[in-house]
Structures are given as C-alpha cells and as structure tokens.
Ligand binder design. Sequence first.
Ligand code: FES
Length: 145
Amino acid sequence: MYSEKVMDHFTNPRNVGEIENASGIGTVGNAKCGDIMRIYLDIDEQGIIKDVKFKTFGCGAAVATSSMATELVKGKTVQEALTVTNKAVMEALDGLPPVKVHCSLLAEEAIHAALWDYAEKHHIVIEGLEKPVNDIAEVVKNEEY
Ligand code: FES
C-alpha cells in the first residue's frame, strides 16, 4: 500500500522538532480527520530557508509528507518553497494511496501558513502566496497540544 520512501519517512522522520524564535510558524488542521501539522521556518536576510522543523499530530502519511516537505524546502528561497506543492511532495515519496492525498495537502498548507506568518511578521508580500484556508494558528495560539 505504501511506497518504501513513505515507510522510511514515517518510521524515521527528518526534521522533527521546534525552532525557537522561528521566522515563521504555520499550523494547519484537517477538520475531517482532526489531524494537525505545525511547521517552523528559520529564514535568513536573503530569504533563504536555513532550517525547518515540524510537529505533526496525525496519521502516518501526514508524518511522512511533513518529513519530505521539510527536506524539500530546506535551503530553498521563500519563492522556491512555493513550488513545493503537495504533488511535488507525493512524487518525491513515490506516490500515496488516493485516500491519503489530503494528508499531503496538509503539508503544503503548513508550509504556506508558515510562509504567510513570516511575510506578515516582516511586512512583505510573497508573490503567489495566499493565506491557507485551514490555517488554525488563531485557534491554537494559546493552547498546547
Ligand atoms: Fe488526516 Fe492523514 S488522515 S492527515
């Protein structure tokens, strides 16, 4: 059912954790399954993503897609990070079962939410970036989960 890469990123996820004083934090949730994903970005003055970490409270595919998404955006510019779509993440994982496609969407949205947060904090506009619909930062702002 799952590719070897999915299993690898699920059992040995890369970049798990938090970044203190992150440049941008994105938290998104899927209302149907209840899974939550948070991405932390450390972005330098040149707009390059120096470091990225994630915490995912969700299914195996959500963990694997978060892990792969962090690998794909690391070292990229903010603009390049926008090209890391859920399709790109799925391709890098050698595919996902159709019922698990929404999990990869969560990863894309978490990155976008973190970029949105970064843009807001720095009063900049990232061309082509829209606020993710499942951004739940306001809801969980004062909650630990
Ligand atoms: Fe919800 Fe995978 S089942 S993110």
